[in-house]
Write a protein that binds this ligand. Structure first.
Ligand code: SAM
Length: 144
């Protein structure tokens, strides 16, 4: 399920001040959030990882249609990638959050993370925002 427009706008606002040059979306689905961020943050490099073939394919087609140059979408497992020194953005599910949390601990990744909807179990968030949409979507901000 893609992020709502309101969530995407809030993630964009939060991403604008990051000191990192690269912004990584972990599980980019159909690519709407990654494309939105890339268009609105032309000076940043956006990297997106998606495991499922069909959403990945759609996202590549959308990227071509919108001619988004500062975005690279990989059909890869983000758990096997180098996630150090990049702003991480995710909207996963509890099991996915657990695996990401394990990776952050195992590889001692110190970075900023913006997580929509789901929180980590053991890492304490710095801030929790509530989006004024129908789900009252929570957004968790982390600095690990
Ligand atoms: C809820 S969707 C989020 C879509 C998009 N991020 C958005 O906000 O619109 C979560 C996506 O994460 C992908 N995913 C889950 N685990 C992954 C992994 N380890 N590597 C790459 N993609 C993964 C799933 O295939 C799914 O498309």
């Amino acid at each position: 399920m893609p992020s709502s427009k309101k969530v995407a706008k809030e993630i964009l606002r939060l991403s604008k001040n990051t000191p990192y040059q690269e912004i990584v979306e972990l599980g980019s689905g159909f690519g709407s959030l990654a494309i939105f961020l890339a268009i609105n943050l032309p000076n940043k490099k956006i990297i997106a990882y998606e495991l499922s073939f069909f959403p990945w394919l759609i996202s590549k087609i959308l990227q071509t249609i919108f001619r988004v140059k500062n975005l690279t979408i990989y059909k890869k497992n983000f758990l096997k990638q180098n996630l150090k020194n990049k702003l991480l953005i995710c909207y996963l599910f509890p099991k996915g959050m657990q695996k990401l949390e394990d990776k952050l601990f195992d590889e001692t990744i110190n970075t900023q993370i913006i997580s929509s909807t789901f929180a980590f179990k053991h890492i304490k968030f710095r801030e929790k925002l509530k989006i004024n949409d129908i789900y009252k979507t929570p957004i968790y901000l982390y600095k690990t």
